[in-house]
Design a protein around this ligand. Structure first.
Ligand SMILES: [Zn+2]
Length: 145
């Protein structure tokens, strides 16, 4: 089964297609289900973050409503989810978030961020989300330099 780093490499490739270099991948049972990247500028939508695009793509593809529809899914993202994306993970039932660069890392290279760690959001939710940080963080951050 591929490692966290191998899935993060897929997210890194997706990030290169983004308006800003953020990429994300959804994995279930070891299989990649969807990939997405930031489309904020091309969509004229400041909320079109990689993770939001990814979650919408997958929930739409599943074609039914269930507030825990993504239970059992692992979301890999090149950067720590912002509060909006962390909340979207909670609202869709994602079981696990694995990120590369942290919000603090992004702020250190001049990226505008809302300075709230994703765990602060997910820990207040109604279901448990496992968080793993710093997977290929230097590679994820290097996309901004
Ligand atoms: Zn976000």
């Amino acid at each position: 089964m591929p490692t966290h780093a191998e899935y993060m490499k897929v997210a890194l490739e997706a990030a290169k297609q983004g308006d800003l270099p953020y990429g994300a991948v959804l994995v279930k049972d070891g299989e990649i289900q969807a990939t997405a990247y930031n489309t904020a500028q091309r969509d004229n939508d400041p909320t079109a973050h990689a993770e939001i695009n990814l979650l919408r793509q997958q929930t739409k593809a599943l074609g039914k409503y269930n507030p825990e529809i993504l239970k059992g899914y692992s979301l890999y993202t090149t950067c720590e989810p912002c509060p909006m994306c962390a909340a979207a993970c909670a609202w869709t039932g994602v079981s696990e978030i694995i990120f590369g660069a942290s919000i603090a890392d992004l702020m250190s290279v001049g990226q505008s961020q809302i300075s709230v760690p994703c765990e602060t959001i997910t820990s207040q939710g109604f279901q448990e989300i496992k968080i793993t940080s710093s997977v290929l963080a230097p590679e994820c951050l290097a996309l901004f330099q």
